[in-house]
Write a protein that binds this ligand. Structure first.
Ligand SMILES: Nc1ncnc2c1ncn2[C@@H]1O[C@H](COP(=O)(O)OP(=O)(O)OP(=O)(O)O)[C@@H](O)[C@H]1O
Length: 585
């Protein structure tokens, strides 16, 4: 951006909290390049909308970011400006026929994704051999509830498949069978060589979990049908990676090595946890995907969308679910024996506050704990920390790997989640509160950050050490008495990984996490804090659903009833045109 041409910018009306520096800078740039004051205001609002996850700004009506909505005549005048196009020619801003304003890049992301996915909508015809293979792959399956899974596997060689479902509905189990089916179909067609399959997920932690689940699933299926051993080894030859790794992200050049010019050498890409993927990254996958390669998307479309812009899985599912012979398969039966939270997940998904509150009264696994102010929060945090001390204290005196393993497991038993990171009800303050109490109880000096028993979360990928954003670890001395940070095993080595605390990439306390940060992890029991403010737009049903979906056995809601009702009534839809473009595909 050319800083020399920045001009002062004071559009009216401004948001209540005033323009942020980056919004002001974009607006000034527009002014400096000959754009009108009105266009500068649109650019500033578009930046604000993007920071809330939208990929565009609909101009005709007021938006949740606070933008006012402009008259049709004003929008027409904006269309005529030199910095604006209708998308046919390159320009900094695009206003499409529906009056949505985009930055050129986001516009191209949507177009490209819609084109690549839209070209993959044919579904293969059923035949008897397929049916026999499906039967073989589903030996030992719970036949009363696996119809949707079978349907997905029968269509394994479709150019596009989208598997969506809540926790424990069998997405990974089905994905393994889908890979096997695809390989068996290729063998039947006389391919001879193994398929080149790339497995990836948005975060290192999610990739690690995918590997573990697929390996476990392979062991189970081979135990029943040993002849599948070789096929399993072939389809799982390459372990799952982060999407960035798969595409060859270069941090120094800030671009991917693979793209339209240098596509991936693969026959199939399977992406897990796609709800966490942002628009730009899915576009990068679409660019790098060879024309004849298949694409399988797995995830829970009801979960919170990526922290960056776009809600790609939700858009794809909403646009293509229900299309006859379409690529979306929804799995809705919870298979885990501890599926006690499934009805609550259903209530959260549908925004049914009465239903959820009733379940909280009736189900032992669910609890509603009224939370109306900071004093109430403090008391709750004291009690929560007290429970943690009981579990952690006996383990924090240990040393070496077995003790660290037990400590890691102990921290998985209960996890506090917060809607916000900052503020009195945010994760940072709650973690500080809890850590202070545990530290005191364990007899560590105040202010110490390096104490045995502490749980930490990694905030930045460190490829050289194999530590990734979201990885959870604990601090405990090794056999030599030196404090170490211990993390779950990676790859085929079953040992925990130990690092000197000073070698860790950026990290923070994990005693309380935001719901976003907890995505991809599961805990026995979860408590979710909703700040008592029904007007807070960030509190929505996807947030409550996502927090609930991270709990295996128990869930506590710390909230006041009006806030919970308001949150469940809100289904935040991110603004974008991908859904509509896919519906037309
Ligand atoms: N058809 C089936 N028959 C028997 N058990 C099944 C079936 N489908 C899934 N399961 C079992 O349910 C459990 C959850 O399956 P899986 O891990 O594949 O679900 P998931 O949707 O990937 O879960 P998450 O999103 O939590 O990772 C596993 O123990 C799996 O073996």
């Amino acid at each position: 951006m050319n800083r020399l041409s920045l001009l002062p910018f004071e559009p009216v009306p401004a948001p209540e909290d005033g323009w942020r520096p980056e919004e002001r800078m974009l607006a000034s740039w527009i002014r400096g390049h000959g754009g009108s004051e009105a266009l500068a205001a649109v650019a500033a609002w578009l930046r604000r909308a993007e920071s809330q996850g939208d990929s565009c700004l609909p101009l005709g009506t007021p938006q949740r970011c606070g933008s006012p909505g402009w008259d049709a005549a004003v929008i027409d005048t904006l269309r005529g400006e030199r910095l604006v196009s209708d998308g046919a020619a390159r320009a900094p801003l695009v206003i499409d026929a529906a009056g949505r304003c985009y930055w050129w890049r986001s516009w191209r992301h949507e177009l490209r994704i819609a084109k690549v996915l839209g070209a993959r909508l044919q579904v293969p015809a059923a035949d008897d051999t397929r049916a026999a293979l499906v039967e073989r792959l589903f030996a030992g399956s719970d036949a009363a509830h696996d119809q949707a899974q079978r349907r997905a596997v029968a269509a394994a060689d479709a150019p596009l498949l989208v598997l969506t479902g809540g926790p424990g509905t069998g997405k990974t189990r089905t994905a393994l069978r889908l890979l096997l089916m695809r390989q068996l179909l290729a063998d039947r067609a006389g391919r001879g060589e193994p398929l080149r399959i790339a497995l990836a997920a948005p975060t290192g932690k999610a990739a690690h979990r995918l590997n573990e689940s697929l390996q476990q699933g392979a062991e189970q299926i081979v135990a029943l049908d040993p002849q599948l051993g070789e096929t399993c080894a072939r389809v799982l030859a390459q372990p799952a990676r982060t999407v960035h790794r798969l595409l060859g992200w270069s941090p120094s050049m800030r671009r991917f090595r693979h793209g339209i010019e240098e596509r991936l050498a693969v026959d199939l890409v399977l992406l897990d946890e796609v709800s966490m993927l942002d628009l730009g990254t899915l576009r990068a996958v679409c660019d790098a995907l060879p024309e004849n390669a298949g694409l399988v998307l797995l995830g829970d479309a009801e979960q919170l969308s990526s922290v960056a812009s776009g809600s790609v899985l939700d858009d794809v599912v909403q646009a293509l679910e229900g299309r006859v012979g379409g690529p979306v398969v929804r799995l809705d039966h919870g298979f885990r024996s501890d599926a006690a939270l499934m009805p609550a997940l259903g209530a959260a998904r549908q925004g049914d506050a009465d239903g959820l509150l009733m379940l909280c009264r009736e189900e032992a696994a669910l609890d509603f704990r009224p939370l109306t102010d900071a004093t109430g929060l403090s008391a709750r945090l004291d009690a929560w920390a007290g429970q943690l001390v009981e579990t952690i204290a006996p383990l924090a005196a240990g040393r070496g790997e077995p003790a660290a393993r037990a400590l890691l497991a102990a921290w998985q038993r209960q996890q506090l989640l917060c809607a916000l990171r900052e503020g009195r009800f945010g994760a940072a303050a709650a973690a500080e509160h809890i850590d202070t109490l545990i530290r005191e109880a364990l007899g560590h000096p105040p202010e110490s950050r390096l104490w045995a028993g502490r749980s930490v979360i990694v905030l930045r990928n460190d490829y050289s050490r194999g530590l990734f954003n979201g990885d959870l670890g604990v601090l405990l001395p090794g056999d030599d008495g030196q404090l170490r940070a211990w993390f779950a095993p990676a790859g085929s080595d079953p040992a925990l990984r130990a690092f000197a605390p000073g070698d860790l990439p950026e990290h923070a306390s994990a005693s309380a996490l935001t719901v976003h940060k907890a995505q991809g992890s599961e805990y026995d029991r979860i408590a979710l804090i909703l700040p008592p403010n029904p007007a807070l737009a960030l509190l929505d049903r996807q947030l409550v659903y996502t927090a609930l979906s991270r709990a295996r056995h128990g869930f506590e809601l710390w909230a006041d009833e009006p806030t919970l009702r308001a949150a469940l009534a809100r289904r935040s839809l991110r603004q974008g045109g991908l859904r509509e473009r896919l519906m037309r595909a």
